[in-house]
Design a protein around this ligand. Structure first.
Ligand SMILES: Cc1cc2nc3c(=O)[nH]c(=O)nc-3n(C[C@H](O)[C@H](O)[C@H](O)COP(=O)(O)OP(=O)(O)OC[C@H]3O[C@@H](n4cnc5c(N)ncnc54)[C@H](O)[C@@H]3O)c2cc1C
Length: 477
């Protein structure tokens, strides 16, 4: 039974048990949980119910790789102290929502029960993309994704028994999985479809630096290669045949092929919600879906992305948390209290001692963008993308990195190049406080910065400010 501290759960007109909450949230990940807690903080008298299919508390997904390495235990994955929802009197129901009746403002749960709402948040997250079911051998035991908590429990047990592992997928998730599995001192082959890794963020130079490090760590890397068939013995995987006819021994095949949004409810609704395919529920700057009282947040919300010029998800933990807080204000009618969730997409990770930060349009794909690279500083590779006098992308690979959140702030706020320069100078010393002060000083309008007015696509127009002295326009030395 859904409970409520103020007795606002109501009975149906027929006397039957039709539960009700002011705010209903579908999803118990960080977006849903943050929204519930923030909504409670802003409006303690509101009844809040979370419905989720998940069988565990809200966990900190970024720590799963550490868990895989054996550096963390199960209990350390819990993101929010257990029972927090009970203390804050947020009702949590383990169930799957199968339908949304938008006209009646009601969610229908599998099993026949329904809950009415005033406002609804869909924070249903994503799931792992799998190998096509038609791929021979894809159903052998030992072919697995590395996405859910169950996957990681399973992988920890399996890694103890394996000697050869194939990781499929050249994105950030594939890279981090390879690095985590390396910790178990197994033979690893890393397969990727494209010629470079992290193709959404890294150019050829940066990819080569990353792949070299991974190779040096003992991993065999096959680029422009896909899985053609999975071989098995007595129902369990024994190897992989590649699209180049190589045969690789493996007792474990871990697929990291990207993710898909959990948006089935868009169609299972009396008025279908608008979606951006492969991204998520289409929302406005304030996370509202195409239905007035329904919001979406977290890794299933496709927000306007002004850098990309289309709707896109931000699938990082911090984004989901921020969006949960923004959605909360809307759910309880406190619109004035928050800013729209901003943000370029970004990744940070490390490959041994090599740190990687990639934010926004690192590849210069935006119309009119120009890219500046620094490969002259020892042991460091950096790229800055500029468009209309603004920084729109930043990539850094090296033993140390500047504060990635400070750089993301510069990009998200559309600040001038001089602000990046201030951060890079800050990377040499002075700490975060000093960096913030320098960014503040440097973040004056572009006209007063070191960049001359006029199109940045013309290299001659640009005078790079201090801290960027080693950068040269791409294509020039
Ligand atoms: C393995 C892994 C590693 C990651 N590493 C990093 C990292 O290093 N850094 C980083 O920033 N981000 C990382 N992320 C991404 C980050 O964790 C996610 O962006 C974030 O957790 C998304 O939270 P969410 O609340 O939007 O969705 P989720 O946490 O996916 O929650 C979705 C919820 O919706 C529920 N649900 C879905 N459909 C229904 C339904 N019909 N009925 C009821 N309930 C439903 C699910 O049960 C679940 O409770 C990682 C993610 C994974 C999986």
């Amino acid at each position: 039974m859904i409970g409520s501290q103020n007795g606002s759960m109501k009975s149906g007109r027929d006397g039957g048990p039709v539960d009700r909450a002011d705010v209903v949230i579908v999803g118990f990940g960080i977006a849903g949980m943050t929204a519930a807690r923030e909504a409670h903080r802003m409006t303690p008298q509101a009844s809040i119910a979370i419905v989720s299919a998940q069988n565990h508390p809200t966990i900190y997904y970024p720590a799963l790789k550490q868990f895989l390495m054996g550096r963390l235990g199960r209990e350390q994955l819990v993101a929010i102290p257990p029972d927090m929802e009970r203390i804050q009197q947020i009702a949590v129901l383990r169930a799957t929502v199968e339908q949304v009746a938008t006209r009646e403002k009601r969610v229908q749960l599998i099993g026949g029960r329904s809950i009415s709402y005033d406002s609804l948040l869909l924070a249903t997250g994503r799931r792992s993309r799998e190998l096509p079911g038609t791929l021979p051998g894809s159903d052998f035991d030992g072919v697995t994704t590395a996405y859910s908590l169950t996957d990681y429990f399973d992988l920890r047990r399996r890694l103890a028994e394996a000697s050869d592992v194939v990781v499929v997928g050249g994105g950030i998730h594939g890279l981090e999985t390879v690095m985590a599995v390396l910790h178990h001192r197994l033979r690893i082959t890393w397969l990727m479809r494209s010629s470079t890794c992290l193709p959404d963020y890294l150019d050829g130079t940066a990819s080569a630096l990353v792949l070299d490090r991974v190779r040096q760590a003992g991993v065999k890397i096959l680029t422009e290669t896909e899985v053609a068939e999975i071989l098995g013995r007595v129902g369990a995987v024994s190897g992989v045949v590649t699209s180049r006819d190589q045969v690789i021994a493996a007792q474990l095949v871990i697929t990291c092929l990207g993710t898909l949004p959990n948006i089935a409810l868009a169609e299972q609704s009396d008025r279908p919600l608008r979606v951006e395919p492969d991204e998520g529920f289409l929302v406005d700057d304030w996370l509202r879906t195409s239905e007035a009282s329904i919001y979406a947040a977290g890794s299933v919300a496709a927000l306007p992305d002004r850098l990309l010029g289309r709707a896109a998800v931000r699938s990082q933990w911090a984004d989901a948390e921020q969006q949960g807080a923004v959605a909360a204000a809307r759910l309880v009618g406190r619109e004035g209290t928050s800013r729209p969730p901003l943000g370029a997409s970004w990744v940070t990770t490390s490959i041994g001692k090599l740190s990687l930060v990639a934010i926004g349009d690192t590849l210069g794909r935006m119309p009119g963008a120009s890219t500046w690279t620094d490969s002259r500083s020892k042991g460091i590779y950096r790229r800055v993308t500029l468009a209309k006098e603004r920084v729109v992308g930043y990539l850094s690979l090296g033993p140390t990195t500047p504060d990635p959140l400070a750089i993301k702030y510069v990009i998200d706020e559309g600040l001038a190049l001089s602000a990046i320069s201030a951060i890079l100078q800050g990377a040499d010393g002075g700490g975060r406080g000093a960096t913030a002060a320098r960014v503040e000083r440097a973040a004056s309008p572009p006209a007063s910065s070191a960049i001359s007015s006029g199109p940045l696509s013309g290299a001659a127009d640009v005078a790079l400010p201090g801290g960027l002295g080693n950068f040269a326009r791409e294509g020039e030395s």
